[in-house]
Design a binder for this molecule. Structure first.
Ligand code: KG4
Ligand code: ZN
Length: 339
């Protein structure tokens, strides 16, 4: 069978990204324009500014992805684009660009779920990974344990009842004065701290052994900081970061391995922005291997938002015959496995 070349477009949050990927696994180009420096000024993503920057950058990013891949629009088999979940304004920019090109050049269009994209990043960096596997997806907006039964076939096994893991990282980082985005900053400073210095809670959700709740942990960190301030005690930021991070890692790892075991999975994968966390990567790998399971994660650059993961997820949808048309719209609340 001849190769299938797909342009993937991503604009759901604060990265404007496009990539060309062959057969869902081989990356020919991967262009990411990060708006992080802009949003850092405001301590978080400002949706209106994000939309505007996507509009300014999207054509440039797509053009560069095509030229880096030495590919013309005519060479593409399909265009895959994130249509949800995410911020509606930013999503509309990518969807609009993809529809315009697909319509003008008569190229098949495939709408892709952002979370399914994160999971698919694993196919790009792990050529031998074939479903079924259990995947922990932890990003700024989502924390799920997803059973990947087959390509493009998902069952949510665990979910968060309140904050996403990345959101907890961002909020704690702000509280200890590290700024936005919090994840990488907490990760870095945690390496100098003692993860057992402060005993923060590991929350479980009654009756839902694979689910998460991070709001209690976040409050515990804030209470600890307020308590120290009232007593005029100096806090050790590295110890707070390390102890908080350890509490998140313990819960994420524990629930994922339990879910994998209970569902008879022999493979475990990690995905989403929080998958870039060095402590989490190590802990999940160690726990998976101790339980006789194979462990996978994407390279750092494919953990956070990018176009290659969208092209990969789009490829498996395309092969199943999924096509979107000119009526494709942004869906900010799109669920995994939903179309
Ligand atoms: O997947 P992503 O780029 O965007 C969403 O889809 O949300 O994830 C961004 C999230 C942010 O909350 C960020 O703080 C977190 O991923 N993150 C990390 C690390 N790098 C990014 N969290 C912990 N450790 C990291 N090294
Ligand atoms: Zn993401």
């Amino acid at each position: 069978m001849s190769d299938v070349k797909i342009l993937g477009i991503e604009s759901s949050c604060d990265e404007t990204a496009a990539a060309v990927v062959v057969n869902g696994r081989e990356v020919l180009s991967n262009v990411i324009y990060s708006q992080v420096p802009t949003h850092t000024l405001y301590g978080g993503v400002v949706p209106e500014i994000a939309s505007r920057q996507h509009v300014e950058k999207i054509n440039q990013v797509i053009r560069k992805a095509l030229s880096d891949a030495d590919t013309r629009l005519e060479d593409l088999d399909a265009i895959a684009v994130t249509y949800g979940p995410g911020l509606v304004g930013p999503l509309l920019v990518g969807v609009g660009a993809a529809k315009a090109i697909a319509y003008a050049k008569n190229i098949p269009l495939v709408g892709v779920n952002h979370i399914e994209g994160h999971i698919s990043a694993n196919y790009v960096d792990n050529k031998e990974l074939v479903p079924p596997f259990m995947c922990l997806v932890a990003s700024g907006g989502h924390s799920h344990i997803v059973m990947v039964k087959d390509y493009g076939e998902y069952e949510i096994v665990g979910r968060t009842h309140d904050d996403a893991a990345g959101e907890a990282f961002d909020k704690v980082a702000r509280a200890i004065g590290l700024g936005y985005p919090g994840g990488p900053k907490v990760d870095k400073i945690a390496r100098e701290g003692n993860p057992h210095a402060i005993e923060f809670p590991r929350a479980v959700v009654d009756g839902c052994p694979y689910d998460f709740s991070f709001s209690g942990l976040k409050s515990a960190v804030l209470n600890y900081l307020n308590g120290a301030e009232m007593k005029h005690e100096e806090i050790n930021k590295a110890d707070v970061a390390a102890s908080f991070q350890q509490a998140v890692i313990d819960v994420l790892t524990d629930h994922t391995i339990r879910a994998a075991k209970d569902h008879g999975m022999k493979q475990v994968a990690l995905a989403g922005g929080v998958a870039a966390n060095s402590g989490l990567r190590e802990a999940l790998k160690e726990a998976a291997e101790a339980n006789g399971m194979k462990y996978y994660n994407p390279s750092m650059i494919l953990c956070t938002d990018n176009g290659a993961m969208i092209a990969s997820a789009g490829y498996f949808e395309y092969m199943k015959g999924v096509r979107s048309d000119i009526t494709l719209n942004a869906n900010p609340n799109l669920k995994i496995g939903e179309r």
